[in-house]
Ligand binder design. Structure first.
Ligand SMILES: CCCCCCC/C=C/C(=O)SCCNC(=O)CCNC(=O)[C@H](O)C(C)(C)COP(=O)(O)OP(=O)(O)OC[C@H]1O[C@@H](n2cnc3c(N)ncnc32)[C@H](O)[C@@H]1OP(=O)(O)O
Length: 355
C-alpha cells in the first residue's frame, strides 16, 4: 500500500459491497475473480481451502485467484477491494455521464482510454483503474490515435487525465515480461519505435494540451508533462520517475526539458536519483502550473478549462504552434536520442536477466 491510499473502515468495505451490487455493467470475469479473491481474503484471511480438481474449472479459477493473494493482510485486502469497487463505480459513472449529456460525444473504438468531446474540450482519460492506469502496448497505440484525432477535431483544447485514484503508474511492467531470449532484440527495438511515436505526438500536438493530474503519476506519464502546455494537479498527486531504480533512462524529452524547467540541480535528483515530488514541490519547481485541494479539484479545474475553451480556437492554435515551433526540431532530436539509449538499456537489462 502507498501513502496515497488510506486505511478503509469496515463500514467503507460494506458500502463497497452494496455499490458493487448496483453496478449496471458486468465488470468482466478477470475483475470478478479479483473481487472474489479480495473479498475472501478480507473476510476469511489466506486461502486454506483444499484445491479443487482440475476439471472443476470455475471453482479452480476462484481458488487460484484467492490463493494467489498469499499472506496479504485482511486490512490490505479490504482496502484493495474497496478501491477496486470505487474505480468500477467511477468508470461506470463516467460512462453514464457521457450517455446522459446530449452535447457530449463519446468516441468509440477505444478499450484502454475514454475519449469524449464536450464544450470544445476533447478529454482523453486513461481507463485501466484496476491497474492504476498503467500504459500497456494497446494503450500507447490508443493514446497516439486519440491525440491524432483530437488534433484534427473541432475542439479548442485537449485534456489528458486518469480514471480512478491514480493519474497513471507509467509503463505497464508486463510490456517487458515473459520474453524469450530470441525475441529480446525485437522487443527492445519495437518498444523504442512505439515510444518515439508516442512522445512525437506530444511534441507535434497542434492545440493547447492540458494535463489534469488527478492522483499519483509515475514514469513516462510524468516525463511527458514537460511537453504539455499546462499541468493542473490535485494535492493528492505525486510525481515519480524511478528510472535508475528500474535500470532504465529518462524519456519524454525530460533529459532536456526538466533541467530547462527546473534547473539541473533539481532535475538531477528526479531523473538520476528517483526523487518523488509532492504536488506542491512539482509546482514550486515549475513542472506543475497550479495545485488544487483534492476535494474541489475537478470542479475548479473544469470551470477554468471551460473558460479557456471558449477563447478563439484559431488564435490559441496559432499561438501554441509559435511557442512550440521554436524548439520542435530540438525536441524531436532529443526524443530520438532518448529512445535509442532506452533501447540499449532495455536490451542490457534483458541480457542481465536472461543470460
Ligand atoms: C512499449 C514501450 C515501452 C516504453 C518504455 C518507456 C519507459 C517508461 C518508463 C516508466 O514508465 S517507469 C515506471 C514504471 N512503473 C512502475 O514502476 C510502477 C509499478 N507499480 C507500483 O509501484 C505500484 O503498483 C503502485 C503504482 C505504487 C501502486 O501500489 P498499490 O499498493 O497502491 O497498488 P498495487 O496493488 O501495487 O496495484 C494495483 C494493481 O495494479 C498493478 N499495477 C500497478 N502499476 C502497474 C504497472 N506500472 N504495470 C503493471 N501493473 C501495474 C499491480 O500489479 C496490481 O495488480 P494486482 O496485483 O492487483 O493484479
Amino acid at each position: 500500500m502507498t501513502a496515497a491510499t488510506m486505511q478503509v473502515s469496515q463500514k467503507d468495505f460494506e458500502k463497497a459491497q452494496e455499490q458493487l451490487k448496483l453496478l449496471k455493467k458486468d465488470p468482466g470475469n478477470e475483475t470478478k475473480l479479483k473481487l472474489y479473491a479480495l473479498f475472501k481474503q478480507a473476510t476469511e484471511g489466506p486461502c486454506s481451502a483444499p484445491k479443487p480438481g482440475m476439471l472443476d474449472f470455475v471453482k479452480k479459477a476462484k481458488w487460484d485467484a484467492w490463493n494467489s493473494l498469499g499472506n496479504l493482510s485482511q486490512d490490505n485486502a479490504r482496502q484493495k477491494y474497496t478501491e477496486l469497487v470505487s474505480s468500477l463505480v467511477s468508470a461506470e459513472s463516467a460512462g453514464q455521464k457521457k450517455d446522459a449529456s446530449p452535447e457530449e460525444s463519446g468516441h468509440d473504438g477505444y478499450e484502454t482510454i475514454l475519449v469524449t468531446t464536450k464544450n470544445n474540450i476533447t478529454k482523453i482519460m486513461f481507463n485501466r483503474p484496476d491497474r492504476k492506469n498503467a500504459i500497456n502496448h494497446k494503450m500507447y497505440r490508443e493514446i497516439i490515435k486519440a491525440l491524432e484525432e483530437a488534433g484534427k477535431d473541432d475542439s479548442t483544447i485537449a485534456v489528458i487525465t486518469g480514471n480512478g485514484d491514480y493519474y497513471s503508474s507509467g509503463n505497464d511492467l508486463n510490456n517487458f515480461t515473459n520474453i524469450q531470449p530470441g525475441e529480446m532484440e525485437k522487443m527492445a527495438k519495437d518498444g523504442a519505435v512505439l515510444l518515439k511515436e508516442f512522445v512525437g505526438h506530444f511534441i507535434d500536438f497542434p492545440k493547447p494540451l492540458i494535463a489534469v493530474v488527478n492522483g499519483p503519476a509515475i514514469g513516462i506519464c510524468v516525463t511527458v508533462l514537460g511537453l504539455c502546455d499546462i499541468v493542473y494537479a490535485s494535492d493528492r498527486a505525486t510525481f515519480h520517475s524511478p528510472f535508475s531504480q528500474l535500470g532504465q533512462s529518462p524519456e519524454g524529452c525530460s533529459s532536456y526539458l526538466f533541467p530547462k524547467i527546473m534547473g539541473s540541480a533539481k532535475a538531477n535528483e528526479i531523473l538520476l536519483f528517483n526523487k518523488k515530488l509532492t504536488a506542491a514541490e512539482a509546482c514550486a519547481q515549475g513542472l506543475v502550473t497550479e495545485v488544487f485541494p483534492d476535494s474541489t479539484f475537478q470542479k475548479e479545474v473544469w470551470a477554468k478549462l471551460e473558460a479557456y475553451a471558449s477563447l478563439p480556437k484559431n488564435s490559441l492554435a496559432v499561438s501554441k504552434q509559435l511557442l512550440r515551433n521554436v524548439e520542435k526540431e530540438k525536441l524531436h532530436a532529443v526524443n530520438s536520442k532518448e529512445c535509442e539509449v532506452l533501447k540499449e538499456r532495455t536490451l542490457a537489462e534483458f541480457q542481465q536477466t536472461y543470460c
